[in-house]
Design a protein around this ligand. Structure first.
Ligand code: AHR
Length: 523
C-alpha cells in the first residue's frame, strides 16, 4: 500500500511526503484505494505554463511538422500548417520554447531574418548534420506563437554566441525606438514590437551548451543577465540553465551564486525506459516489465522536484524563483528505419500514463514549479502530433494534455491518497496517481491514472468542504498496453465518455479500468 500525503506546513509552504511501503489500511468490504480531497484547504495556483511545449530545429519538428512554406499544397497560413495549429489550439498551448535544445547554442538569430531566399543555410551539427535553410526564423516562430495564442520562450545562444548577439535579439524583437535594428525589423515586415517575457540564458550549459562547471556557468549567467534589457513595457523573466536529473549540486551552486538575479531556474529530466541511453527500448514493442519500469522512472520526477525545491527553499524561502522543467518526457529508441539523429518515436498508451502521472506530480509542486515544457511538440520524442506529408495523427499524449486543460490556472486542492501497490518482481510503485483542482467557476477537476495493466480497481473518493451534485467524466484507455494511433488508424486511443462511478455519502466511488487515465468534473 502506498500513502501519498500533501499537507500544509505554513501559509506559504507545501511539503510533499511520499512514503512507499506497506501501510495496511484497507478496511474489510471497502476499496483498498482511498483519496481525500481537501477542497476546504485550497493550495497554490497551478500555473498554466506547466502545460508548455518545446519545439527545436531537430528532425521533422519544425520543418514538415510545423513549417511547410507558403507554396506548399498542404494548407497553411504564411507557411505554417493549419491542421497542426488547429489541433494545438485545442490543447491551449500556453508557452512554446524555441529554437532548442542543443540547437540553441549554435543558432545565430540573424541567419533567420530577412527575405527567405537570401538566408544562409547552416549545418545542424547536433541533429543529423542536415542543412537548415533558416526559412523558419524569429518572425515565423513569433507568428506561430500568435497563431497558437501561446507566449514565446526564446533560448539564447550562450555556447557559441555572445552578450552582444543576445542584446541585439532582445532589441530587435521588443523595442519600438528608432534604432537600426528596429528599422530592420520593420523592413522585414513587423512594425510593432512583440511582447516576449521568457528568455533562457543557455541550454544544458553543463553538456551540449558548453560543458561548463556550475561555478563557471553561474559567472557567465551573471554577466549575460546584466545586459538583458526591458524595452518599453516589455518585462523579461530571466531563466538560468538548471540541472540535469539529480545533479543537486548544480542547483545549490546556482542558488548560492546567482540567487535573485534569475526569475526562474530550469531542470531537465527524461524518462529512459531501460535506464540505458545506448538502448533505451522500443516505443511500441515492450512487455509488462518495460511498462512498469517506465512508470517507475517517470514517477522519479516527484523525488527530483522535492529535492531540488528543498535546496531552492533554503535560499529562497518566499519562493520567488520558479522551477521550470523546460524539457521532460519519455525518450525511446527511434522508430526502425528512421534517421537516428531525428528522434522520431511512436507514442502509446504507456506514454499517455506517463504524461498524466507527471502532470499530476507538477500539480503537487505548484508552489515552486512555474513552467514545464514537454519534449517535443511535433514528430520528436514524446510528441503531441505526428505528421506524414499532408497527414497528421494525434498521439495518446496529446489526448492527456487535452483532457487536463481545465487544470490550467486552477487552484490546486491538496489530497491524501492511500492506494494499493503495483508490484512486479522486486519493483513496487503505487497503482494510482491523482490530483485535483478548482477552476474559476468553482468546478472541481480530478485527474486519475491507474497503472495496473491487468485488472480494474475501485477508488473511494472523499471530498471535504464541497458538495458533489453532478459528476461527468472521460476516460483514455485501450485493450493493449502498446496501443497507439497510426496514420491509417488514427483513433485507436482517444478519450471517450466515462460514467463508471456513483455518489457516496462524502464523495464518490470510481471504478477505474486497467491502464487508464480518467478526468472527472465535479459540480
Ligand atoms: O530534446 C532533445 C535534446 O535533449 C535537447 O536538444 C537537449 O537540450 C536535450 O539533451
Amino acid at each position: 500500500m502506498t500513502s501519498t500525503r500533501f499537507f500544509r506546513t505554513s501559509a506559504a509552504a507545501w511539503v510533499a511526503a511520499v512514503s512507499l511501503g506497506c501501510l495496511a489500511v484497507a478496511v474489510a468490504g471497502q476499496p483498498a484505494n482511498r483519496l481525500t480531497i481537501h477542497a476546504d484547504q485550497p493550495g497554490p495556483r497551478i500555473s498554466r505554463f506547466i502545460y508548455g511545449q518545446f519545439a527545436e530545429h531537430l528532425g521533422r519538428c519544425i520543418y514538415e511538422g510545423i513549417w511547410v512554406g507558403e507554396d506548399s499544397p498542404i494548407p497553411n497560413t504564411r507557411g505554417i500548417r493549419n491542421d497542426v495549429v488547429e489541433a494545438l489550439r485545442r490543447i491551449k498551448v500556453p508557452v512554446l520554447r524555441w529554437p532548442g535544445g542543443c540547437f540553441a547554442d549554435e543558432y545565430h538569430w540573424m541567419d533567420g531574418i530577412g527575405p527567405r531566399d537570401r538566408r544562409p543555410a547552416r549545418i545542424n551539427s547536433h541533429w543529423g548534420g542536415v542543412l537548415d535553410n533558416n526559412h523558419f526564423g524569429t518572425h515565423e516562430f513569433l507568428d506561430l506563437c500568435e497563431q497558437l495564442g501561446a507566449e514565446p520562450y526564446l533560448a539564447v545562444n550562450v555556447g557559441s554566441g555572445s552578450v552582444r548577439e543576445m542584446m541585439d535579439w532582445i532589441e530587435y524583437t521588443t523595442s519600438d525606438q528608432d534604432t537600426p535594428l528596429v528599422q530592420l525589423r520593420r523592413q522585414n515586415g513587423r512594425w510593432e514590437p512583440w511582447k516576449i517575457r521568457f528568455w533562457g540564458i543557455g541550454n544544458e550549459s553543463w553538456g551540449c551548451g558548453g560543458s561548463m562547471r556550475p561555478e563557471y556557468y553561474a559567472d557567465i549567467y551573471r554577466q549575460y543577465q546584466e545586459f538583458v534589457r526591458n524595452h518599453g513595457d516589455n518585462r523579461i523573466y530571466k531563466i538560468a540553465c538548471g540541472a540535469s536529473d539529480a545533479n543537486y549540486r548544480w542547483t545549490e551552486v546556482l542558488m548560492e551564486r546567482v540567487g535573485h538575479r534569475m526569475n526562474g531556474l530550469s531542470l531537465h529530466y527524461y524518462t529512459v525506459p531501460s535506464g540505458r541511453w545506448s538502448d533505451k527500448g522500443s516505443a511500441t514493442r515492450f512487455g509488462e516489465a518495460e511498462w512498469h519500469a517506465t512508470l517507475r522512472r517517470a514517477l522519479f520526477m516527484d523525488e527530483l522536484l522535492t529535492r531540488h525545491s528543498a535546496i531552492m527553499d533554503r535560499h529562497d524561502p518566499r519562493k520567488r524563483i520558479g522551477l521550470l522543467v523546460d524539457e521532460w518526457g519519455v525518450w525511446h529508441n527511434v522508430e526502425p528505419g528512421t534517421n537516428p539523429g531525428f528522434l522520431y518515436q511512436q507514442n502509446t498508451l504507456r506514454d499517455a500514463l506517463v504524461a498524466a502521472a507527471t502532470l499530476n506530480i507538477f500539480h503537487h509542486h505548484a508552489d515552486r514549479v512555474y513552467m514545464a515544457n514537454i519534449a517535443q511538440m511535433v514528430n520528436v520524442l514524446q510528441a503531441m502530433i505526428l505528421t506524414d506529408g499532408p497527414r497528421m495523427v494525434l498521439t495518446p499524449t496529446y489526448h492527456v494534455f487535452e483532457m487536463f486543460v481545465p487544470h490550467q490556472d486552477a487552484t490546486f486542492l491538496p489530497d491524501d491518497l492511500e492506494c494499493e501497490d503495483y508490484v512486479l518482481g522486486a519493483e513496487r510503485i503505487p497503482a494510482l496517481s491523482a490530483s485535483a483542482s478548482r477552476d474559476a467557476s468553482g468546478r472541481i477537476h480530478l485527474s486519475l491514472a491507474h497503472f495496473r495493466p491487468d485488472r480494474p480497481t475501485e477508488l473511494d473518493c472523499r471530498i471535504e468542504g464541497a458538495p458533489v451534485r453532478r459528476v461527468h467524466g472521460r476516460v483514455l484507455t485501450a485493450p493493449a498496453m502498446q496501443a497507439h494511433n497510426t496514420f491509417d488508424a488514427p483513433d485507436r486511443v482517444r478519450p471517450t465518455a466515462f460514467s463508471d462511478f456513483e455518489r457516496t455519502d462524502g464523495g464518490l466511488r470510481v471504478r477505474l479500468p486497467a491502464k487508464s487515465v480518467v478526468v472527472l468534473t465535479i459540480e
